[in-house]
Design a protein around this ligand. Structure first.
Ligand SMILES: *Cc1c(COP(=O)(O)O)cnc(C)c1O
Length: 414
């Protein structure tokens, strides 16, 4: 740790980068500048090693055998659940369900809670900032049940209008889905306050934490959210794994999403008795290796400290924002007062797709498009943006490379 001017212990980014073998790659004869962390972040050697150790010394199917390896794999899988429980400060480990990711977790809530408790004329509140993963499942439910979706609007900066949000609640409101951090704009929603509003009306809230869990400490008890979902691959972990946190009392009242092995206590052709939570929601063989890898990723991040990670990313965001503001013809999209690690922008006269292609020639990876959040783009009157998204292993020098890359793009289109 270095002591920086602000008096905080700044991260030793050079040492951290050495943990990530992929960051040493050359792309198009340039050092890779990886600024697509909001789509997927990279994996440190510690997590890779953990996966190798599992596959080489611990792998077997869980829960169904008395043999030694099965016992070890079961213990490691359940230990991974407890690591995730602690990471989000859940009250009990059975409140953590392993899913294949955020999308799967939200679909679980839609099928398990929505299809049981939401009916014709009932209302679901979402925000304009939602990722498609927190829109489409609710539209499918609304279509099936004759329910209605209400959308909390945003201002030009990309902040949800709180009075308008509060005004959406009525006697028919049954559910709220909120993103914690917008993947397209970086806006951090005041979710704690928004959850309190919903609870005043007796309405449960699902928080889509896909862009929050990698960047800040999450405390589900403090937030008092009813459900919280995120993906492993945006958190330096493997793909194909994520979690759904749910309050035990709610999970117990829900119906299963998928049927099959492990989610049952007994099966006859007359009647099946479901297993207790969390197993009721984990049908079939789960992604055992990925769950253990996710726990290793969480241990890695916790070792650095989520506060230190937040501070490092905030300084990157502030520095990058300042640099882009100085560039003529570049406009930052999403100027909320409270943002995390995402910088969306447009360049006058250049299509975002061309920006992404030309930056790639310099080894710079950014994402261009609608970022699976088309309603936000429609609201801001844009077809697409370019998006640089940061992780704690990014450097100020990489921000400078991005700025230089943008200048070079502008020259091509002059
Ligand atoms: C990435 C993302 C999702 C979807 O995550 P998957 O890992 O693709 O399931 C949902 N919401 C937000 C805000 C995201 O950024």
């Amino acid at each position: 740790m270095n002591h920086d001017r602000t008096g905080f212990d700044a991260l030793d980014v050079a040492r951290i980068r050495a943990d990530f073998p992929i960051l040493a790659l050359q792309v198009n004869q340039h050092a890779l500048v990886y600024l697509d962390n909001a789509a997927s972040s990279q994996m440190p050697q510690q997590v890779i090693d953990r996966l190798v150790r599992y596959q080489t010394t611990q792998h077997a199917n869980i829960n169904r055998a008395v043999h030694t390896l099965s016992g070890i794999a079961t213990n490691e899988y359940e230990a991974a659940r407890r690591t995730l429980q602690q990471f989000i400060h859940a009250r009990e480990d059975r409140e953590v369900i392993f899913t294949s990711g955020t999308t799967d977790a939200i679909n679980l809530v839609m099928h398990g809670y929505g299809r049981k408790f939401i009916g014709p004329g009932d209302e679901i509140i979402l925000t304009t900032l939602e990722h498609h993963a927190n829109i489409v499942p609710w539209q499918m439910l609304a279509e099936e049940k004759g329910a209605i979706i209400r959308v909390a609007p945003i201002n030009d900066a990309g902040e949800v209008l709180m009075e308008a949000y509060q005004g959406l609640f009525n006697a028919r409101t049954r559910f709220v889905g909120l993103t914690h951090v917008s993947n397209a704009l970086g806006t951090v929603n005041p979710v704690k306050q928004m959850i309190a509003t919903a609870h005043e009306h007796g309405v449960p809230v699902l928080v889509d934490g896909a862009q929050a869990a990698p960047h800040m400490a999450i405390d589900v008890q403090d937030l008092d959210c009813d459900f919280y979902a995120f993906s492993g691959h945006k958190l330096c972990g493997p793909t194909g794994i994520g979690i759904l946190y749910g309050k035990a009392a709610l999970l117990e009242r829900m119906q299963p999403f998928k049927g099959g092995g492990d989610m049952i206590l007994s099966v006859t052709f007359d009647k099946t008795t479901y297993n207790t939570i969390p197993h009721k929601f984990e049908a079939g063989t789960p992604p055992i290796a990925a769950a253990i890898g996710l726990a290793a990723a969480v241990d890695y991040l916790s070792g650095i400290g989520m506060q230190a990670i937040s501070r490092q990313e905030q300084s990157l965001l502030e520095y990058a924002t300042g640099r882009l503001q100085q560039l003529q013809g570049v406009r930052i999209i999403g100027t909320a007062a409270h943002k995390a690690a995402v910088l969306s922008f447009v360049i006058d006269g250049v299509h975002p797709h061309d920006i992404g292609t030309l930056l790639n020639e310099e080894g710079i990876a950014v994402r261009t498009g609608h970022h699976c959040a088309q309603p936000v783009m429609q609201r801001l009157g844009l077809p697409a943006t370019s998006r640089a998204s940061f992780a704690f292993y990014n450097t100020m020098a990489e921000v400078d490379a991005l700025t230089a890359g943008i200048r070079a793009v502008q020259k091509v289109f002059l």
